[in-house]
Design a binder for this molecule. Structure first.
Ligand code: ADP
Ligand code: ZN
Length: 681
């Protein structure tokens, strides 16, 4: 690593103003470049310490640093932290009173502030940018900079205009910071903000304790293969990502011998609550989640992340495997896929990107001058269902085809929306291509991922633990020791069927003391795969506690197995061995069966008439919130989520978190406001 020893002055600021003794890796280099007046782009994972990367250089440069940040809550949080350290920080945003904001701005003009935080839309307020020009800040920091790019998922049109609106401040250096940006988004950020020869600091994507494996498997084999992998207790707790809700339920049922439960947005909040509590406290140790929903699961000791199908992009894949091994201990990420997985993605892609003609139809219904309320617009567009309408409107807004003001007033925007919309769709297909290419790539998996994120400095060191760096041994037939143990075990079972695994192991050790428990488990797994035995999950009660254990039942093939049959048994010598392909008939208590009579969560706008009061309350609140933020109402919460809240009427934050479409972030941002309304209703 090059020597980036920070100048004494920066270190001194770190120590005197923040009370930290030293810079974290990379911080010093960023601070130095930015303090020297270079434009910079910083992409580092959450928690890496990005804030200091503009705060220290800001203080070093003197004057005021202008910080642009997308969310009021983030601004408040940062300002409070700075104030508590005695740093002079102020903020101007829609959540504060006019007079307060004026006073803050006066302090800015008097040069009393070290940091001024604003939301991007502030730059559009008449006169604001002009005033900044009179008293230019000494540094501009753009936080959450990925919001600038419409390739990202958090795109905000106001952010896109930041570059243009900062035109008058050409001499002030800019540092853009984000935790998530692929090279495409990075480039977009640099272009949009017009960064001049920026220093790029893209670091921290390497995960040292995650061993990545990619397995080509037909959909019909996957449940068995996943069961085999997870049969090894050391590979649990585990998260299994399934591509759809239906698949997550099917898989949870099919993962035999494991306490597995489905977890997805279509389940009732009560069911999801049960499942996540059981997973967090260890009662169940496999959760089968849909990708959209795994976010709510925060557990440090997840040993394995399994993908039961190909993810849609390397970005989401990386994020999902990142939930493994947060405790730093060895963990695995195993991806099952085959060529046909792509079709499923293409289906979703079509669903999420209505035809350009649908967008055009919606846009054609917008009056040429003035505006129309989104609800009225929906009423006047024929032949487009509510869901497609919301999607089409959102896409039109994203690509500038319509403007939405005051949260719901839709007016015509630019003509050139079609091209970027169609490009975005193409981009999604390209993401799918890169995901597929990853499965086929020859080099180290971790290195491939790191390169994908544009971390060129780190990207060459092979991880040593992925399936490319450490290819797994091939399947082989049983060796002599194993054959002896199999013969002994089968004989013992034909004498007494259904014996506990522990007991059979004891017998095996007295037969040959070299056999280890994990070796024995591996043999059982090979027997189960050969359909000679079946592993049954049993329970008994002792001192009021339910203790579960496994028993082995002999199957027909096991009963009539001859020496040559035993010699032909294949054992998986790879690191996925230890596997006990368990075929268990245990009822999985926590698993929800499909069609169990529970009503699905209703997300049907037609139901609105049945939920008038709360629904209207929530809508009014949402609109106010949208106005405050300067975004369309559906960006706060979609109708679908509002219906779900009305349907489920959560009264606590935990319950709210379980409402389909609500994640931890949304609960943090809006929980109090929503619960206040539900509880008041
Ligand atoms: P990010 O914005 O990258 O998610 P933050 O800037 O919020 O991360 O920093 C994460 C945490 O690390 C904060 O609590 C911060 O105070 C702490 N931190 C950052 N840099 C240092 C440092 N050099 N020494 C000690 N703590 C640090
Ligand atoms: Zn590797």
């Amino acid at each position: 690593m090059p020597d980036h020893s920070p100048s004494d002055r920066l270190l001194q600021l770190l120590q005197t103003r923040f009370g930290y003794s030293e810079f974290r890796p990379r911080q010093a280099a960023v601070c130095q470049a930015v303090a020297d007046g270079r434009d910079a782009l910083v992409v580092m994972p959450t928690g890496a310490g990005k804030s200091l990367c503009y705060q220290i250089p800001g203080l070093a440069r003197g004057g005021t640093t202008l910080v642009i940040s997308p969310l009021v809550a983030l601004i408040e949080d940062q300002v409070n932290r700075l104030l508590s350290r005695g740093v002079k920080a102020g903020r101007i945003h829609s959540g504060r009173g006019r007079e307060e904001s004026r006073e803050t701005f006066r302090s800015y003009l008097r040069g009393e502030l070290e940091f001024l935080f604003i939301a991007p839309e502030r730059l559009a307020v008449p006169g604001f940018a002009e005033m900044l020009k009179q008293h230019p800040p000494s540094l501009i920091a753009v936080d959450e900079a990925h919001c600038i790019s419409h390739w990202g998922h958090d795109f905000r049109p106001d952010y896109r205009l930041v570059g243009e609106r900062l035109e008058g401040l050409k001499n002030t250096p800019i540092v853009a910071l984000t935790a998530t940006a692929t090279p495409l988004v990075q480039k977009d950020i640099c272009v949009q903000l017009k960064l001049r020869d920026p220093s790029l600091f893209i670091h921290g994507f390497r995960r040292e304790n995650l061993a990545i494996q990619v397995v080509d498997a037909l959909p019909s084999e996957r449940a068995d293969r996943i069961s085999a992998v997870l049969a090894d207790p050391e590979r649990r707790p585990a998260i299994v990502y399934a591509p759809t809700r239906k698949k997550s339920e099917e898989l949870a049922r099919e993962l035999r011998g494991l306490k597995a439960a489905a977890y997805h947005a279509g389940m009732t909040s009560a069911d999801r609550e049960d499942v996540s509590v059981a997973f967090l406290n260890g009662t169940s140790d496999v959760i089968v989640a849909t990708v959209a929903f795994g976010m709510g699961i925060d557990k440090a000791n997840v040993r394995t992340v399994v993908h039961a199908a190909l993810p849609g992009s390397l970005e989401s894949y990386y994020q999902e495997i990142g939930r493994g091994g947060r405790d730093g201990l060895p963990s695995q990420a195993i991806l099952f896929h085959c060529y046909s997985d792509r079709k499923t993605h293409e289906f979703f892609l079509d669903r999420d990107h209505p035809d350009t003609a649908v967008l055009a139809k919606v846009r054609a219904a917008v009056p040429p001058t003035g505006s129309v309320l989104a609800d009225e617009l929906r009423g006047s567009v024929r032949g487009v269902d509510a869901e497609d309408f919301e999607k089409a409107l959102e896409k039109l807004w994203m690509h500038g085809g319509v403007k939405i003001e005051h949260g719901e007033a839709v007016s015509l925007g630019i003509e050139g929306w079609k091209k970027p919309y169609e490009e975005q769709r193409k981009h999604r297909l390209a993401q799918l291509d890169s995901m597929q290419a990853f499965t086929e790539s020859g080099g180290c998996r971790m290195t491939t991922l790191i390169r994908h994120f544009g971390d060129t400095e780190d990207g060459t060191r092979a991880c040593g633990i992925c399936d490319r760096c450490a290819p797994v041994a091939n399947v082989r037939v049983l060796d002599e020791l194993e054959r002896g143990i199999v013969a002994q075990t089968l004989a013992s079972l034909s004498g007494r069927d259904g014996q506990a695994v522990g007991r059979l192991f004891d017998e095996a050790t007295s037969f040959d003391s070299r056999v280890t428990r994990s070796g024995f488990e591996r043999i059982l797994s090979a027997l189960a795969r050969a359909r000679m035995i079946e592993v049954l999950q049993s329970e008994f009660e002792k001192d009021g506690k339910v203790i579960s254990y496994r028993r082995i039942a002999l199957l027909a093939a096991g009963k009539r197995a001859k020496a040559e049959d035993v010699a032909a048994i294949e054992i998986d010598g790879d690191s996925m061995a230890g596997a006990r392909a368990a075929k268990v008939k245990k009822k999985l208590g926590t698993t929800r069966r499909a069609g169990d009579g529970r009503a699905p969560v209703v997300a049907d706008p037609e139901r609105a008439s049945e939920l008038p009061k709360l629904f209207e309350d929530l809508r009014a609140w949402r609109l106010a919130e949208a106005k405050k933020k300067g975004v369309p109402a559906f960006r706060v919460l979609t109708d679908r989520v509002l219906y779900a809240i009305c349907e489920e009427r959560p009264t606590t934050e935990d319950a709210l978190r379980m409402v389909p479409g609500m994640g931890p972030k949304l609960v943090q941002a809006y929980g109090e406001a929503i619960l206040g309304r539900v509880n008041g209703a």
